[in-house]
Write a protein that binds this ligand. Structure first.
Ligand SMILES: Nc1ncnc2c1ncn2[C@@H]1O[C@H](COP(=O)(O)OP(=O)(O)OP(=O)(O)O)[C@@H](O)[C@H]1O
Ligand SMILES: [Mg+2]
Length: 398
């Protein structure tokens, strides 16, 4: 009989210290702890002596401040207070990154024309997927700079697990695609009949755009598209390049989830999608798991047993009070018993939460037996400074 293989644990500490690991990408649904774990892993890598940069997206204000990030900034800034190592951090400026790409791919006059275009302004600051794409663009730049031992990339909260991986393609398709060719066609084609067909198509496309982007931007669309035309090749190549970079064995994806059905479902999508695209998945962090304090040497006190014990104590206290023949408990004994009951009930609540989280985690791991996993305890308070990040690191390394 073959024995079941023990599940591989996700060893984040080894991952970030391994010299072969060059890029770590945290991904997952909204609010699960992508930014926090990205920053914690970066600090771990830096304090292990690797020159590390973390690209954060919308970090919580206090965390950003503690890393010396005051505003959106496309340049890595050194984080103060790192023991024996160098950590740099930056907050992605999506619009500025897009502007840089445009500048790089066109003449200054053309770039200016594009920047002035309301359609571009809308695309660069709000097109679904732009943030994801620009994060990847920035990652490409950081890799190309060739000055980092370790690059950790946080990703935007995805409405759907697929947004993030689809973004480069989606933007590439949009800029490169049939829609754009259709829109630019009237300028090139002669003949009224053709014009008519094209106009109808443009009308259709326009309606779609109005739906997607909203507002009254379509008059500017064709000028914008003409100006962008020279850059299509560049965009497509870059998207492709970044995509290939993600598949590189030096890249590791860390999926972050919470021990809740929705977040775990999203994590499942991520895991399956990464595997389908042959992207290197390091494993899953199940963040904010709750744990009942174990008593050394004792069997764990389950929620049910704690409840039972509390009920038992309550009953004893009540029957002692009513039984005439028995000694009435002294006031202090009664108080002690009441306190014990309350403590048991608090414990029951915590243990129930811990049991819930363990059950959730187990369900996920049964569905993905090959995926390395590590639970990360919920701290009593938000993580907003380097010490908090170190605590997260220790918990992940434990
Ligand atoms: N293990 C933990 N214990 C306690 N607090 C945590 C833990 N992990 C994350 N947090 C807190 O949860 C909040 C959300 O975390 P974070 O910003 O890292 O999530 P996110 O996935 O990046 O969110 P978004 O999708 O909005 O970008 C933060 O206030 C953070 O301090
Ligand atoms: Mg975040």
């Amino acid at each position: 009989m073959t024995r079941p293989q023990p599940r591989p644990a996700l060893d984040v500490a080894t991952l970030v210290r391994d010299r072969r690991t060059r890029v770590v990408v945290t991904c997952g649904s909204g609010g699960v702890g992508k930014t926090t774990t990205a920053a914690a892993m970066a600090l771990m890598g830096a304090e292990a002596g690797r020159r590390t940069v973390v690209l954060t997206i919308d970090p919580a204000r206090r965390l950003a401040q503690s890393m010396g990030l005051i505003e959106l900034d496309n340049t890595p800034r050194e984080v103060k207070g790192v023991a024996d190592g160098q950590l740099f951090a930056m907050m992605l400026d999506m619009k500025r990154t897009f502007d840089e790409v445009v500048l790089e791919h066109s003449t200054p006059e053309r770039a200016e024309q594009i920047f002035q275009n309301p359609f571009y302004q809308s695309l660069s600051s709000s097109f679904a997927g732009t943030q994801e794409y620009m994060a990847m663009e920035k990652l490409g730049q950081l890799v190309a700079a060739n000055e980092w031992d370790l690059i950790i990339v946080d990703t935007p909260p995805s409405r759907s697990a697929l947004d993030f991986l689809d973004a480069p393609n989606r933007l590439g398709r949009f800029l490169d695609g049939r829609m754009v060719r259709l829109l630019t066609a009237p300028a090139k084609a002669g003949g009224k009949a053709y014009m008519k067909v094209v106009t109808v198509s443009v009308g259709m496309v326009a309606r779609v755009f109005t739906k997607v982007i909203g507002g009254d931007l379509l008059n500017d669309l064709s000028t914008f598209v003409t100006a962008l035309e020279s850059m299509f090749g560049g965009f497509r190549e870059r998207a492709q390049h970044t995509y290939e970079l993600l598949k590189n064995p030096g890249t590791a994806f860390v999926v972050v989830a919470a021990p809740e059905p929705d977040a775990l479902r999203e994590a499942s999508y991520f895991v399956e999608r990464l595997s389908a695209e042959h992207m290197p998945l390091a494993g899953v962090i199940v963040n904010r798991t709750r744990q009942a304090e174990p008593v050394a040497g004792a069997a764990p006190l389950t929620a049910a047993r704690a409840e039972l014990a509390a009920d038992g104590l309550d009953e004893k206290l009540a029957s002692a009070k009513t039984a005439a023949t028995k000694t009435v408990p002294t006031k202090s004994a009664a108080e002690a018993a009441a306190l014990a009951t309350a403590a048991l009930r608090v414990h029951a609540e915590i243990a129930a939460a811990a049991e819930h989280d363990a059950r959730m985690t187990k369900r996920f791991s049964s569905a993905h037996p090959q995926v390395p996993l590590v639970p990360l305890l919920a701290l009593p308070a938000d993580v907003h400074d380097l010490d908090g990040l170190r605590t997260i690191g220790k918990l992940l390394g434990a």
